[in-house]
Design a protein around this ligand. Structure first.
Ligand SMILES: NC(=O)c1ccc[n+]([C@@H]2O[C@H](COP(=O)([O-])OP(=O)(O)OC[C@H]3O[C@@H](n4cnc5c(N)ncnc54)[C@H](OP(=O)(O)O)[C@@H]3O)[C@@H](O)[C@H]2O)c1
Length: 295
C-alpha cells in the first residue's frame, strides 16, 4: 500500500516508517527539516516537505495515497491550545484529500478519553469533552468519517522505550530539577502504558486492516501503572528521595498541567483491540524500561 505518514521523523513515526517499509509498503513521510529529509531517505521513504500549518502541503502529500497516518503534533506547551486547533485543521485537510473508502489513521490519547477517575477506559468510550483539554483529534476524525473516508483512531497511553516514556519523561526532568521524585497522595493513580515497538506494530496492523467507517483502537499493553511505582523507580535511578505531595500542593510542585494529570487515575483496556487486530504486545513493561534506562 502507499502510505503517507506525518510525524514520520518523531519517536513513534521513526519506528512505524521502518515497520511499514519492512512489510513491503511504500512510505511517503512528511518533514519540515533537512535532518528529517535525510533520515527518511536513509530509511527508504519518499520525502514530502511540508508543515501542519500549511494545509496545501498536507493535501498534496495525502493525494493518491491508500492510507494516511497522522502522528505529527507541535508539542510546544506555550502554544498548546493553538497547536490543538491546528491539529484539527490538519486532520480535516488530510481527510479531504483522500477518496471515499481510503483510510485515515488518526492519533489520539487515553488521557483524552471520557471517563471518571478509576474507570477503565474502553475503545467504546467517547472522547472527553473537558474544557481544560483543547486537543480534539477524534472530533475531527468523526467529521472525516462522515465524508465516506474510513477512519481508524489509535489512542495512545504512555509510549516507552529506554529513551522516552511519554509524560513520564517530564516527571524524570522535574525530579532531576527539584532533587525529589514525587507522586501525589498515596500514589495509587494509574497511567496506562505501551512499549514503542508494539505500538508501531499496532499502527501497521491498523493500516493493513480494511477500513470500516470509524474504528477506535487502544495501544495499551499495561492497563495501569501506579504513579508511586513510577516515582520510586525514578528515585532509584536518579538517586534522589521519593516523596508524597499532598493533593492541595500538587499544582505548586508539578505546575498546572502535571499537577492535574498526576491526580488522574486513567487505566485503560485493550481487550477489544487485541482481539480485533490480533495484536499481542510482548515488549518490556514501563517499570522495566525505567529500571534499565540511563539516568
Ligand atoms: N510518545 C507518547 O508517549 C505519546 C502519548 C500520547 C500521545 N502521543 C501523540 O502521538 C503523536 C506522536 O508522538 P511522538 O512522541 O512520536 O512525537 P515527537 O517525537 O515529538 O515527534 C513529533 C513529530 O511531529 C512533527 N511535527 C511537529 N511539528 C510539526 C509541524 N508544525 N508540521 C509538521 N510536522 C510537525 C515532527 O516532524 P519534523 O520535525 O521532522 O518536521 C516529528 O516527526 C503525537 O500526536 C503525540 O502527541 C504520544
Amino acid at each position: 500500500m502507499r502510505v503517507f505518514v506525518t510525524g514520520s521523523t518523531g519517536f513513534i513515526g521513526t519506528d512505524l516508517v521502518k515497520e511499514l517499509i519492512e512489510a513491503g509498503h511504500e512510505v511517503r513521510g512528511l518533514t519540515r527539516s533537512d535532518a528529517g529529509e535525510e533520515q527518511l531517505r536513509a530509511a527508504g521513504a519518499e520525502v514530502h516537505r511540508g508543515d501542519l500549518t500549511d494545509l496545501d502541503s498536507l493535501r498534496s502529500g495525502a493525494a493518491g495515497m491508500d492510507v494516511v497516518v497522522n502522528l505529527a503534533f507541535n508539542h510546544n506547551f506555550a502554544t498548546f491550545a493553538q497547536n490543538a486547533a491546528e491539529e484539527i485543521k490538519a486532520i480535516e485537510a488530510l481527510g479531504s484529500a483522500l477518496e471515499p473508502g481510503k483510510l485515515l489513521v488518526v492519533t489520539s490519547g487515553i488521557g483524552i478519553t471520557a471517563g471518571t477517575t478509576g474507570q477503565v477506559r474502553k475503545e467504546s468510550d467517547p472522547p472527553a469533552e473537558s474544557p481544560v483539554m483543547p486537543r480534539r483529534p477524534e472530533h475531527a476524525a468523526q467529521a472525516v468519517a462522515a465524508t465516506g473516508v474510513h477512519v481508524a483512531v489509535v489512542r495512545l497511553p504512555q509510549v516507552h522505550d529506554t529513551r522516552k516514556q511519554g509524560l513520564v519523561t517530564r516527571l524524570i526532568q522535574m525530579a532531576r530539577e527539584k532533587g525529589v521524585s514525587a507522586y501525589v497522595g498515596d500514589g495509587a493513580t494509574r497511567w496506562a502504558a505501551g512499549p514503542l515497538s508494539d505500538v508501531a506494530h499496532l499502527y501497521r496492523l491498523a493500516v493493513e486492516k480494511p477500513g470500516a467507517g470509524r474504528t477506535i483502537y487502544h495501544a495499551v499493553q499495561e492497563e495501569g501503572v501506579p504513579l508511586r511505582d513510577i516515582a520510586e523507580t525514578i528515585g532509584k535511578g536518579l538517586k534522589v528521595p521519593v516523596v508524597s505531595i499532598p493533593p492541595e500542593k500538587a499544582v505548586e510542585h508539578f505546575g498546572p498541567f502535571f499537577g492535574y494529570a498526576a491526580q488522574l487515575d486513567m487505566p485503560a483496556s485493550s481487550e477489544w483491540t487485541r482481539k480485533t487486530l490480533g495484536w499481542t504486545p510482548a515488549g518490556p513493561g514501563l517499570i522495566e524500561e525505567l529500571t534499565n534506562m540511563k539516568y
